[in-house]
Ligand binder design. Structure first.
Ligand code: ADP
Ligand code: F6P
Length: 322
């Protein structure tokens, strides 16, 4: 006996690679277990506008490998208001939809939390490149975004080495430094600047100067957008020691392209798990993976917890970057 007979799924906020794989998993698992399943177009905006359609097996065919989201996404101001949230809940009730799966980042989680407090059975899946959701080791899209940054740094390294230059690479992540940390470590960056760790640009400049003196032929600094602008770091270095780094802002390139197999597998596991959680009568949970184990944690707790920063990895990157 399932606690829900029909469910809906939406993607919200900034898109991320693997959202499609998660939608596919939700739809196919729901159908496998005999539930009716609906797709909400354009996140909370579509919920308020009742832009909802039934999904079948074929509606999620040929999407596991695609970036973006076939359900599209939106940042919806109206849903920030209690009236907007009530409208969204009413639409689901009027349609007789018993449960909702929200795939998105921390803002979308806040919305899912509000809906659950209005009595909607809600599950949240971490769909964001930022890796800033607590109670999961990784979010859907993070692995792909890091791969894109590593690939870009490999290319930059070629040209920087030829010219014996230094390169500043500004990456996304909003207030979280994980993309910078993981990509910086994986690409052998000399310095990783993140919002979670204090930094001294004079010290960064001196280090760069010393490294060039001691035979380094290139230098790469990865800056998380939450810690500051790449161009400001470059200007500071120029003012401090005359070196003129070239700055690259990777921007939305980091959010596109085919998801890695890690993101596809994570999305498939979490999508299926969320459906089963709803069927078992759970609600107001965030689905995640911690040390390989699927977990369901109260959304309320997740939205009120800052994801801990991995200082061990940060210190490792420091030790290896001399
Ligand atoms: P992300 O989910 O990627 O962090 P946003 O922060 O833009 O992206 O949030 C996506 C959407 O979630 C917002 O446009 C809004 O509709 C909804 N949302 C964000 N914060 C709240 C909140 N505090 N209460 C209700 N809904 C919210
Ligand atoms: O949350 C995902 C993210 O890509 C952040 O890394 C970035 O700060 C933000 O969204 C960019 O938002 P937008 O797509 O609205 O420019």
């Amino acid at each position: 006996m399932s606690a829900v007979k029909s469910i809906a799924v939406l993607t919200s906020g900034g898109d991320s690679q693997g959202m499609n794989a998660a939608v596919r998993a939700v739809v196919r698992s729901a159908l496998y277990y005999g539930l009716d399943v609906y797709g909400v177009q354009r996140g909370y905006q579509g919920l308020i506008n009742d832009d909802i359609r039934p999904m079948d097996l074929r509606s999620v065919g040929d999407i596991i490998q695609r970036g973006g989201t076939v359900l599209q996404t939106a940042r919806c101001k109206e849903f920030l208001t209690p009236e907007g949230q009530q409208k969204g809940a009413d639409v689901l009730r009027e349609r007789g939809i018993d449960g909702l799966i929200v795939i998105g980042g921390d803002g979308s989680y806040q919305g899912a939390n509000k809906l659950s407090k209005l009595g909607i059975k809600t599950m949240a899946l971490p769909g964001t490149i930022d890796n800033d959701i607590a109670y999961t080791d990784f979010t859907i899209g993070f692995d792909t975004a890091v791969s894109i940054v590593v690939d870009a740094i490999n290319k930059l390294r070629d040209t920087m080495t030829s010219h014996e230059r230094s390169s500043i690479v500004e990456v996304m992540g909003r207030h979280c430094g994980d993309i910078a940390l993981y990509a910086g470590l994986a690409s052998g960056a000399e310095t990783i600047i993140v919002p979670e760790v204090e930094y001294d640009l004079d010290e960064v400049s001196r280090r760069m100067q010393d490294n060039f003196k001691h035979g380094k032929r290139h230098s790469i600094i990865v800056v998380a957008e939450g810690a500051g602008k790449g161009e400001n770091v470059a200007q500071h270095i120029t003012d401090c020691c005359g070196i003129e780094p070239r700055t690259t802002v990777l921007g939305h390139i980091q959010r596109g392209g085919a998801p890695t197999h890690n993101d596809r597998i994570l999305a498939s596991q979490l999508g299926d798990f969320a459906v089963r959680q709803l069927m078992e009568g759970h609600s107001a949970k965030s689905c995640g993976i911690i040390k390989g184990e699927l977990t369901a944690t109260d959304i309320d707790l997740v939205v009120n917890t800052k994801k801990p920063f991995n200082m061990e990895l940060y210190n490792l990157a420091l030790r290896l970057s001399q």
